[in-house]
Design a protein around this ligand. Structure first.
Ligand code: FAD
Length: 512
């Protein structure tokens, strides 16, 4: 399928998040005439950039994980990440402040990690080794069989050879139970479970299969790309242009509809018809706002019944002075974080005792803050759909800054010289249902074939890339989703050729 050329195909990609950018690169590389239409002036979607008074903030992702996925992505075009940006491996990976006064730096190397675990619980060093061996196996099988491999139908997941490959993975119970089989100390459990927040889940609703995230974090390492995540976006956009992709920025798509000779895409400039459309906007938004009424793969009830990943309360702070107490990545955690998870997934409310993440990229990259200043991003996961009125945001800001002062020893309150914020309203404005910051949580029922498909079954020639599809949330996963979309397009083009040439009416609604 890789070899199927797309030289006579015209494609519009709606949205320039990582999924859209990746799809654009793969499709253009296969010969398609690709135009990316992006509503905003900047590319990268959730990975935006704020620049103000000498401070530079990544608005979304800040953990560069799974470097091999980026190497593979650029390698598919004969490039390497280092052609576009350099990487620094962080050590420690991150620091944790617990709210009982304790703190620990999590080292990048295995001996240091063993020592840290052993210092909390006798025997936990060996337990960590055993846990990470299982996580590495889950990662290898998971990536090769489930993530890189596109398996659009349920029956592709119950293939006997696949089940044999996955026989060691009896990991469908909850992460919390699985971790409890290895370590008992609540702080060690938190160190093995916090990565689930990257997937938009909790240790109580995410299958233990995702223990593979500890392999990602503790074995494969945490990196910082030069220029932050926006530097990665710039690199991929440059690659896309080299491959012949055209960008139209600051242009919103207002309609996508089947047409007699393809698919029609409407913007303020008018209507154009192309052979195929890749939507990188959330499918719920595309179905509600862009497709004709009643045309879509899901009814509105489907979207109402989903479990969404958390939204986030974000503060972007330009701060006077250095912050030696904080690492590049710092977590601040109550020793019992269950009430915070309950406030997200069970009884939606603003957390009284929040767990949160503080990012200080100026610890690694002097160019993101003026001399003598620091760039700070605070991310507090909160329930999607919460009312984030201006008053509420002011109150919660105070709660968070007080909490940082009380538990990290850093009082930012009188040192802030630049400030921006984002919360449910801003994420909802991106078309993310209920203002989730990440998409569909990776619960068992929303993993793999249970996520929205890359290929629309309602509109022939329409495809979906990005975090709402398979494999899911996170920059590496969205890059892979773009590759899957290109594979689906190649399959469809090859099938049409086999059937005696391309259909003259590719965008007619299918009857099924
Ligand atoms: C606060 C935060 C922190 C995160 N941290 C990490 C992290 O540390 N590491 C990590 O790997 N991942 C992280 N993630 C997740 C990761 O950023 C996302 O999963 C990923 O970037 C989503 O990409 P996407 O392809 O789904 O597209 P999106 O980012 O959703 O982009 C969609 C694009 O479509 C555009 N668009 C919408 N409507 C229209 C329209 N009508 N016409 C044209 N264009 C339109 C939007 O403007 C946007 O550019 C984080 C996310 C957030 C929000």
């Amino acid at each position: 399928m890789q070899s199927t050329r797309l030289d006579s195909e015209s494609v519009v990609v709606v949205g320039a998040g990582f999924g859209g950018l990746s799809a654009a690169c793969h499709l253009a590389d296969a010969g398609a005439d690709v135009t990316v239409i992006e509503r905003r002036d900047h590319l990268g979607g959730a990975a935006g950039r704020i620049e103000r008074d000498g401070f530079r903030f990544d608005t979304g992702p800040s953990w560069y994980l799974m470097p091999e996925v980026f190497e593979r992505f650029f390698g598919q075009f004969g490039r390497e990440p280092s052609d576009y940006y350099s990487l620094t491996r962080l050590d420690p990976n991150y620091r944790v402040f617990w709210k009982d006064g304790d703190s620990a730096a999590v080292p990048a190397d295995r001996p240091g990690q063993r020592e840290l675990f052993e210092s909390y619980e006798s025997g936990a060093g060996d337990a960590l080794e055993a846990y990470l061996d299982g996580a590495a196996e889950a990662y290898d099988v998971g990536m090769s069989e489930f993530v890189y491999e596109r398996r659009p139908r349920l029956r592709d997941w119950v293939d006997p050879s696949l089940l044999r490959a996955a026989r060691g993975l009896t990991l469908l119970g909850s992460m919390d139970d699985h971790v409890g089989d290895y370590v008992e100390h609540p702080k060690l459990k938190q160190l093995l479970e916090y990565t689930l927040v990257f997937l938009g889940g909790s240790p109580y609703n995410t299958p233990a299969l995702y223990s593979l995230m500890s392999h990602v974090d503790l074995d494969r390492g945490v990196y910082y790309p030069e220029g932050g995540m926006a530097g990665v976006v710039d690199g991929i956009a440059e690659l896309a242009r080299d491959l012949g992709v055209t960008f139209e920025r600051g242009t919103a798509v207002t309609g996508i509809e089947p047409a007699a000779d393809g698919i029609a895409v409407t913007t303020a400039e008018g209507r154009r018809t192309v052979d195929r459309v890749v939507s990188n906007v959330p499918p719920a938004y595309a179905e509600r706002e862009l497709l004709p009424a009643g045309v879509g793969d899901h009814d509105p009830g489907y979207w109402d019944s989903r479990t969404y990943a958390p939204s986030a309360f974000m503060l972007y702070l330009g701060v006077e002075g250095d912050l030696p107490e904080l690492s590049h990545h710092t977590l601040v955690l109550p020793t019992d974080w269950r009430p915070h998870f309950e406030s997200i997934f069970d009884q939606a409310s603003w957390p009284a005792d929040p767990s949160y993440y503080v990012n200080v990229p100026s610890q690694t990259d002097e160019s993101v803050a003026p001399d003598g200043h620091s760039t700070v991003v605070v991310l507090v996961p909160i329930a999607p759909g919460l009312d984030d009125s201006p008053d509420q945001r002011v109150r919660f800001r105070e709660t968070v800054l007080d909490d940082i002062a009380a538990h990290t020893g850093v009082d930012l309150r009188d040192r802030v010289v630049v400030e921006e914020s984002a919360s449910v309203t801003e994420f909802a404005s991106m078309g993310y249902p209920r203002g989730t910051a990440l998409g569909l949580a990776h619960t068992l029922g929303q993993t793999g074939p249970f996520r929205p498909d890359h290929r629309s079954s309602a509109v022939s020639g329409l495809y979906y890339a990005g975090s709402f599809t398979d494999p899911g949330i996170g920059v590496p996963m969205c890059l892979i989703s773009g590759e899957h979309v290109a594979d689906a397009v190649r399959e469809d083009v090859a099938a049409a050729a086999d059937a005696g040439g391309r259909s003259l009416v590719p965008a007619l609604l299918r009857s099924e």
